[in-house]
Ligand binder design. Structure first.
Ligand code: PLP
Length: 390
């Protein structure tokens, strides 16, 4: 099998697990405990925090450990919005992850916030001038993801954040898909808050970080023992924090080399598919895109059918559509890019890690071509088999 669903999750890395092991077996104390075990764990937690802060170019106190990207997004959006509601107005792009969109819906329904949704171009790009036009005197917060999880489009974050900074509006970005491939220096990006998740980078699932610029008021979402300086109660996942530090070091330390290599493999992948499948559409931006993600629509062919055929041929990837009670819901992201529902329901997303071999990618691209041809020749209506890729 060739696993091409790294945007959903990636296998844990050996180096990460090895570094986590002592934290689970010998230095396993609760970092809040006032004895030798607790203090040793607290020291390790502080080291992990400092390592991550060094990678993000921020202070250790600006790092909040969370259980993953969803929690980091929840904390950023609820925390910033509820701490400083100004005029209860939030600006967000139309292609955010559900862990942002659903929070915005919650803030609208239960706290009376108004949400302005920023449209994107046909390739998924948010325009800084559209953002500038959407900001109001009363805007509390703006959120735009760094790189999209379905089509891979990368935003000009520094430009978007600059618009917000000039208007005095805090700017959050979901960097969950970007963290393995793009620079994370928070000053260069100009963000107020940034979400990262470990399991896309090679940690076990359930680790994450929210960068929160010093001095930014933030209402906690989890209340309890007051850990993380009161910003996130709950005993810290010390091993997870250390694993995340290591995974981020591995990913960020290998940049830009890995990104360049992956982008080369991606270009070859995309041209094999576009050349081999008449009418195939590359979704997302051709240039401003994650190096490890290729996403397509194959008009006239169900994406789920292609997925089944690919799995039969040993390739595992994801569709771009949500499946509910036997009916296929087209992806809101693809609709926001201007695709019609029928075309959106033909989406297929393939994504890989820096450990995926170029030979694996070449045979997967050939398998995509063969699978679409096979499904087309059958004219088959396959049943809907899966849910939207995370
Ligand atoms: N944001 C984006 C862009 C994602 O792709 C994901 C996961 O798929 C998340 C947030 C949620 O992260 P986690 O799975 O760590 O909760």
């Amino acid at each position: 099998m060739i696993y091409l669903d790294a945007a959903a999750t990636a296998p844990a890395k050996r180096e990460v697990l090895e570094e986590m092991w002592p934290l689970l077996t010998s230095t396993f104390g609760n970092p809040s405990s006032h004895h030798t075990y607790g203090e040793a764990a607290a020291t390790e937690l502080a080291r992990a925090r400092a390592r991550i802060a060094a990678l993000l170019g921020c202070r250790a106190g600006e790092i909040v450990f969370t259980s993953g990207g969803t929690e980091a997004n929840n904390l950023a959006l609820k925390g910033l919005a509820l701490a400083a509601p100004r005029g209860r107005h939030i600006v967000a792009s139309a292609i955010e992850h559900p862990s942002v969109l659903e929070v915005l819906d919650y803030l609208r329904s239960f706290h009376g916030f108004r949400i302005t949704t920023l449209p994107v171009s046909s390739t998924g790009v948010v325009s800084p001038s559209a953002l500038a036009a959407a900001l109001e005197e009363s805007t509390t917060l703006c959120t735009v993801m760094y790189a999209n999880n379905e089509v891979g489009t990368v935003q000009d974050l520094a430009a978007l954040a600059g618009v917000c900074r000039a208007a005095g509006v805090p700017f959050h970005s979901d960097a969950v898909q970007a963290a393995g491939w793009l620079p994370l220096g928070v000053d260069g990006l100009g963000v107020t808050a940034l979400s990262v998740s470990g399991h896309k980078l090679g940690t076990p699932k359930g680790t994450g970080v929210l960068y929160l610029r010093a001095g930014t008021p933030c209402e906690p979402v989890l209340h309890g023992g007051g850990q993380e300086r009161g910003r996130r109660s709950g005993t810290e996942n010390v091993a997870g924090a250390v694993g995340l530090a290591r995974a981020l070091e591995l990913a960020q330390g290998a940049l830009p080399g890995t990104a360049v290599t992956a982008a080369g493999a991606r270009a070859a992948f995309i041209s094999t598919v576009l050349d081999g499948v008449p009418g195939a559409i590359l979704t997302g931006d051709a240039d401003r895109r994650l190096p490890n993600l290729a996403s397509f629509c194959f008009p006239g062919v169900s994406g789920e059918a292609v997925l089944l055929e690919l799995e039969r041929r040993g390739i595992v990837c994801s569709s771009g559509s949500a499946c509910a009670a036997g009916s296929t819901e087209p992806s809101p992201v693809l609709l926001a890019l201007g695709l019609d529902e029928e075309t959106a329901s033909t989406a297929v997303r393939l994504s890989w890690t820096s450990d995926t071999g170029s030979d694996e990618l070449a045979s997967a691209a050939a398998a995509v071509v063969a699978s679409v041809r096979a499904v087309r020749s059958l004219g088959a209506a396959y049943p809907c088999v899966g849910a939207t890729g995370p």
